[in-house]
Design a protein around this ligand. Structure first.
Ligand SMILES: NC(=O)c1ccc[n+]([C@@H]2O[C@H](COP(=O)([O-])OP(=O)(O)OC[C@H]3O[C@@H](n4cnc5c(N)ncnc54)[C@H](OP(=O)(O)O)[C@@H]3O)[C@@H](O)[C@H]2O)c1
Length: 400
């Protein structure tokens, strides 16, 4: 496909053949023409001759609190201007993460004071860009990004932190944080071997669904915890050998009776009493990866109670280990992870389950304000798959 856009300054566009070396090795390369944006002094290049509105809505943390509704409010602000190396993205979808409330509570970087933007990941169309950014992107490209400020109608994103994707589909969004966390954590810290047993907690959620699939791909026997029979049924469809609905079965008893040797690896997201059960269920030389501790996030400290006095003894007796994982520390693995997952997705080898709240009480999560409902929905344990909000419901008219 070729495209030629005229620049605003009348000097004309400079079309070049583009061979972008992007992170998504699994994505069909499309021969395209590149337009160098000579209109950088005005910053914006219009999308299909449209204009970008001057105002927009975004969610802002105005008070630190793990109660998302208390901490965050919707504000009307000017649409930001991208800098030389930036893209202006019109967001189509934004992902909800358990840590949205850790972020609103100021737990990520205590030096950052409100007001600040929120939302970790988005996908949408490039509607404006700076000159340097135009060496890799052009108006109309679809990009996904992982960074702050996605709960907004428009977000400025550094071009080098953006990933070109074939379409603004929420499935791609599931890979940026949830998929990447599972992929990298299991690869770097799991040391999975064929035939081993892996326990995944919150297995039917955003990141859990990927941990189940990657552990299965590694030839492991996978156990997954969840809170409903519907989720247990879903887990079976993605290869989980033993879904445990902990609302109807006792997790500790089930693990003791069905896995007396213990489990080799735990991908643990819940914390507190579930972490205790998981530690007690480790096999000799077992590895427990601390992915999160969601059961404590809504409390003032953010950390659930854990009886850890005997932990050193338990680990020593089993030559077991507990390993922490935080995605931003593994950015050097990110490109390979994303490329590999995109390839699996394009080959139909990866399920990226998305939950846009269609069956929730208030219906589908559409529009920025639905982020509040979506966060509540996740914390009520209702989601099956990755929670995603449709920021802009339909392609926005360009004739504003
Ligand atoms: N370390 C990292 O870099 C990293 C990156 C991404 C995510 N994470 C962590 O991964 C975990 C899952 O995050 P996610 O965004 O993918 O969410 P998610 O799994 O899509 O949703 C959270 C799930 O946890 C369970 N849950 C919700 N509230 C709970 C509570 N108060 N107590 C116990 N369980 C609760 C529910 O599943 P059930 O009802 O089925 O149990 C819910 O579906 C979190 O701990 C998060 O912090 C860590």
């Amino acid at each position: 496909m070729s495209r030629t856009l005229l620049t605003r300054n009348g000097r004309g566009a400079i079309p070049l053949l583009r061979g972008r070396a992007d992170a998504l090795s699994g994505v069909r390369p499309v021969a395209r023409r590149l337009v160098i944006d000579m209109s950088y002094s005005a910053h914006f290049m219009d999308f299909k001759a449209s204009s970008i509105p001057s105002g927009m809505r975004k969610l802002v943390v105005s008070k630190l609190s793990p109660n998302f509704r208390e901490a965050v409010s919707a504000q009307s602000v000017a649409v930001p201007t991208p800098g030389d190396a930036d893209l202006l993205v019109r967001n189509r979808f934004a992902g909800i993460n358990a840590s949205d409330i850790n972020y609103s509570a100021g737990r990520y970087d205590p030096s950052v004071k409100p007001p600040f933007d929120t939302g970790f990941e988005g996908i949408g169309e490039v509607v404006g860009l700076g000159l340097s950014a135009s060496s890799r992107y052009t108006v109309g490209d679809t990009v996904a990004y992982f960074g702050s400020g996605a709960f907004a109608e428009y977000t400025v994103v550094p071009a080098k932190e953006s990933v070109a994707v074939p379409a603004a589909k929420p499935e791609f969004l599931t890979l940026l944080v949830s998929g990447a966390t599972a992929y990298i954590a299991l690869k770097r810290l799991g040391d999975l071997a064929k035939g081993e047993t892996v326990l995944v907690t919150a297995a039917a959620g955003g990141t859990g669904q990927f941990a189940v699939q990657f552990a299965k791909r590694a030839g492991c026997h996978v156990i997954g915890t969840c809170s409903s029979d519907e989720k247990a049924g879903f887990l079976k469809t993605i290869g989980c050998d033993r879904p445990i609905n902990y609302t109807t079965e006792d997790l500790a008893k089930t693990l003791r009776s069905e896995y007396p040797r213990g489990v080799d690896v735990v991908y643990e997201s819940v914390g507190g009493s579930v972490l205790e059960v998981a530690v007690n269920s480790l096999a000799n030389k077992g590895r427990l990866i601390v992915i999160g501790f969601i059961s404590g996030y809504q409390t003032a400290s953010g950390i659930p109670a854990f009886r850890g006095a005997t932990l050193p003894a338990k680990l020593l007796q089993k030559s077991a280990s507990i390993r922490g994982f935080f995605l931003p520390h593994f950015i050097s693995d990110y490109k390979e992870a994303l490329g590999s997952m995109m390839q699996m997705l394009s080959q139909g080898k990866l399920v990226c389950e998305v939950d846009c709240g269609d069956s929730s009480e208030g219906g589908r999560f559409v529009g920025l304000e639905s982020v509040f409902r979506a966060v509540d929905y996740m914390y009520a344990g209702k989601n099956l798959g990755k929670v995603v909000v449709e920021v802009a419901p339909t392609p926005v008219s360009n004739k504003l």
